[in-house]
Write a protein that binds this ligand. Structure first.
Ligand code: GTP
Ligand code: MG
Length: 230
């Protein structure tokens, strides 16, 4: 997949402030500092689209970017960073939970985990939360350039062993590096595949002419909402 345009759309403090639901969204989530914003930039092919920082907890809003005018990438605030004075959760903030649970046009979550670390309780708990809430996700092990392939593979195997019991079919795994661009085409392939499936479904199911977007129920459906005009 080629990226022909990548444009900042808006920053939303919560689900209600998010824009219309007409374009499929692909969101990045993971511990603070795991490399969400960097990965978004790497996929977009633009270094400065989402802000990257050494300071954990840097991304504080739901940042939405429109790609190729047809789908969106969403940079979410991370979990695991306590900023007590503002009442933000050590786990992950309420706005992120609401977005992940209720955003109807959320197609896929990229759940990021640092490949150089042994399984972290917080990540295991978070993956359990995603699973329990039936949020569609793939696992993306980040910063592969910082460790040997052997170390990364051992950490990934240990992580998968921790979560294996929850799935009949384990989630797809990707390894990436924002530094070397490793994994870029494979991750774009996930999006491409999802977009192809959405278009195939949209072509199969006729949209009722009288169905106004405003009247559509706000209940969350997993996968593409066939009544959406995408
Ligand atoms: P928050 O917004 O604070 O939750 O962080 P984030 O997950 O968005 O991480 P961010 O992309 O801001 O990156 C955090 C730090 O890790 C920055 O210093 C990045 O340069 C660095 N980093 C991110 N990805 C990679 C990578 O693939 N390899 C290396 N070596 N460093 C990376
Ligand atoms: Mg960030």
């Amino acid at each position: 997949m080629q990226i022909s345009s990548a444009i900042f759309h808006c920053s939303a403090p919560n689900l209600d402030a998010c824009p219309d639901e007409f374009l499929p969204e692909f969101a990045f989530i993971g511990r603070s500092n795991v490399g969400k914003s960097s990965l978004l930039n790497m996929l977009a092919g633009e270094q400065c689209l989402a802000r990257v920082s050494l300071t954990p907890g840097y991304t504080k809003l739901i940042n939405i970017f429109t790609m190729n005018k047809t789908w969106r990438l969403v940079d979410l605030p991370g979990y695991g960073f306590a900023e007590g004075s503002k009442g933000e959760s050590r786990r992950f903030n309420k706005a992120v939970a609401q977005y992940l649970k209720h955003r109807v046009n959320l197609c896929m979550v990229f759940a990021l985990i640092e490949s150089g670390l042994k399984p972290q309780e917080m990540d295991v708990e978070f993956i359990e939360w995603l699973t329990r809430n039936a949020v569609p996700f793939v696992l993306v092990f980040t910063k592969a350039d910082k460790v040997t392939a052997t170390t990364a593979q051992a950490n990934i195997a240990a992580f998968m062993a921790r979560i294996a019991a929850w799935f009949e079919q384990p989630p797809a795994i990707f390894t990436c590096s924002a530094e070397t661009r490793q994994g870029r085409q494979k991750l774009l392939g996930v999006i491409d595949e999802a977009m192809t499936a959405i278009h195939a479904e949209v072509n199969k199911v006729p949209v009722e002419p009288e169905t106004s977007q405003a009247k559509l129920p706000k209940t969350r459906k997993r996968g593409p909402d066939l009544q959406r005009p995408w």
